[in-house]
Design a binder for this molecule. Structure first.
Ligand code: SF4
Length: 301
């Protein structure tokens, strides 16, 4: 059994930055309540590590960030790497909260792009419904229209001066289909693909895997980019692709008869978790020892 560690994988620069900001905010404001608006990243282990340093999470999948802000009346609010709309920022300012902004520079770049274009035209933003990044970006102007599927596209009238762009963490393969559909309806539209470099190179590394029997993606099931990696594996023909949260989710049956196993992880997955999966698999491949469950390696902030 051969174990392939896919490179690049794991934390992207935007996530590393957000985690660093969370840590330094906890040190800077030891006497204040510190709230994070939503999950810092879609990973339970990172969230738990932040809670240990005193950060409180305001999270409700049924509510927008604007609504979640109603739950904070004092102290510090951290905006996550996914970014927020101007309305959220203004509401936090009006409430006199101390704002710490951990928005990823790649998301800021998309915000600038769509804001600029929506001053004179319309923006079709290909993204996921109810995802915080899509909520933040589409909340920047009424002329930004979320396109999650072809049905959303059908509902739109004819526009001139259209820009088509994307959420940063989408699947390269799926996005192309939706992009083509947008271009059929708006053939003169300008296209600016905003899938970020970190997402792109992690997916491209999976696309290059050859003769792989099993792809293991380490990541939280809520992590869009982790799910996309497993989806990419399926799309290029890897028969078995599994998304697991940690090493204990492995089963001996899943590895049976597999000659080549590749391991990768989403950009919100702590490296400690992926390293534990890889080292367990390598040892199993060498010695055939199945000693799960193990104590999970916790991420260090
Ligand atoms: S996945 Fe891309 S956009 Fe999202 S935080 Fe990482 S670098 Fe930024």
């Amino acid at each position: 059994m051969e174990i392939v560690s896919v490179i690049p994988r794991g934390y992207c620069q935007g996530v590393v930055r957000a985690i660093r900001i969370a840590g330094s905010t906890a040190k800077e404001y030891p006497d204040k309540k510190i709230y994070m608006l939503g999950m810092i990243v879609h990973n339970t282990y990172v969230v738990e590590a932040c809670k240990k340093i005193g950060i409180r999470f305001i999270e409700d999948p049924g509510k927008t960030r604007l609504e979640l802000l109603d739950q904070i009346d004092e102290g510090v609010v951290i905006f996550t790497a996914h970014g927020v709309s101007d309305a959220v920022r203004k509401k936090a300012e009006d409430k006199k909260l101390i704002i710490v902004d951990a928005t990823c520079p790649d998301v800021i770049k998309t915000h600038e792009l769509v804001k600029e274009h929506s001053r004179h035209g319309h923006v079709l933003y290909i993204g996921k419904k109810n995802h915080p990044e899509a909520e933040g970006t589409t909340g920047l102007s009424e002329r930004i229209h979320l396109i999650s599927n072809k049905e959303d596209l059908k509902k739109l009238p004819d526009f001139d001066d259209v820009l088509i762009t994307t959420q940063t963490t989408l699947s390269l393969l799926d996005t192309q289909e939706l992009l083509n559909a947008c271009l059929e309806k708006y053939p003169d539209a300008k296209v600016m693909q905003e899938i970020c470099n970190a997402t792109r190179i992690r997916q491209e590394a999976v696309m290059q895997l050859k003769d792989t029997d099993l792809l293991i993606v380490v990541g939280d099931p809520r992590s869009n980019n982790s799910r996309q990696l497993a989806e990419t594996g399926k799309r290029i023909g890897i028969k078995d692709c599994m998304l697991i949260e940690n090493v204990n989710a492995l089963s001996e049956a899943a590895l049976k008869d597999k000659k080549r196993i590749a391991v990768t992880s989403g950009s919100s997955t702590p490296n400690e978790l992926t390293a534990q999966v890889i080292s367990f698999l390598k040892e199993y491949a060498q010695k055939g020892i199945w000693n799960l469950p193990l104590e999970i390696n916790q991420p260090v902030l």
